[in-house]
Write a new protein. Structure first.
Length: 289
């Protein structure tokens, strides 16, 4: 690929979040409601689209757990399929519940659905007691006052790859809050200026909305940027950017170090329109010119 800027997602690309963010999704629902989804079911939500924000994925998954108490036969494949058919994301999740449950059951589920509590438990699990106190400004639940999952994020980017990618202008687009993005980038060893980072704090729409990718390309003075991600929404972001900004040549790269892996991951990436699929970020430099 002939590119003039490299734009990266963080989770699943630069760091492995299987035992951090994804674990927090599963365990926060279980902590609040006593039941939860299977670990592998997280990918169904990611593939449905609109869940760049893992808090919102947690809310939608918890909604499913509560709905199953009212309608035990509701499969998670049906639920996430309805979400995808309605455009993805948390609003589509509520629509799916409205379609599947009788009015009285729906009201019961919504009464039990506590997004604030889910987010708070998620942050306690992910950050750990000390960091939760510093960043969230409160005391964790006594039984959650321990080391956070944030410490279980192996770095995927090798020093050699980091050095080689440093020859291009670099940008970041992530669903993380800014402070958590800063922690991850520090661990990876990338120093990216704030104006070249889009996080949850300065980008309300989230992927696959292309505004951040287009704006960042402008800031990097790039006409041939490549965006590297680990979800179908990352690929869709590039597709949408091509439609919105045809004056640039956008490239999309899907890595197989996130939730998508193996031949099935390759098939899904190809169906979404990925230009290139690589085993990991460390395969990227050899493809760039």
């Amino acid at each position: 690929m002939n590119v003039d800027a490299v734009i990266l997602d963080i989770d699943g690309v630069l760091v492995d979040v299987a035992d951090s963010y994804r674990r927090a999704i599963v365990e926060s629902i279980e902590y609040v409601y006593g039941d939860t989804i299977e670990y592998d079911d997280i990918q169904l939500f990611k593939d449905a689209g609109g869940f760049n924000n893992d808090w919102e994925l947690t809310y939608a998954a918890a909604l499913y757990v509560l709905a199953c108490r009212e309608k035990p036969g509701l499969s998670i494949e049906t639920y996430t399929g309805l979400i995808a058919a309605s455009g993805g994301g948390p609003t589509a999740a509520e629509t799916a519940i409205a379609d599947e449950l009788a009015p009285a059951s729906r009201e019961q589920v919504l009464d039990e659905w506590d997004r604030d509590r889910l987010r708070d438990v998620f942050q306690q699990l992910y950050l750990g007691g000390d960091l939760y106190r510093r960043l969230e400004g409160g005391d964790p639940d006594p039984d959650l006052d321990r080391e956070g999952f944030i410490n279980d994020e192996p770095v995927l980017l090798t020093p050699d790859t980091r050095e080689r990618l440093g020859t291009w202008p670099l940008g970041i687009i992530t669903g993380r809050p800014a402070v958590e993005a800063e922690i991850a980038l520090g661990r990876v060893g990338l120093d990216v200026p704030d104006e070249h980072c889009f996080t949850m704090d300065n980008w309300e729409e989230g992927k696959p909305n292309p505004n951040a990718l287009i704006t960042l390309s402008e800031r990097l003075d790039a006409v041939r940027p490549v965006f590297v991600g680990d979800t179908l929404d990352d690929i869709r972001t590039v597709t949408n950017a091509v439609e919105e900004d045809p004056g640039r040549t956008f490239h999309s790269v899907g890595v197989l170090t996130g939730g998508l892996s193996g031949e099935e991951g390759r098939r899904k990436y190809r169906s979404a329109g990925a230009d290139v699929i690589v085993e990991s970020i460390n395969d990227l430099p050899d493809l760039l010119s």
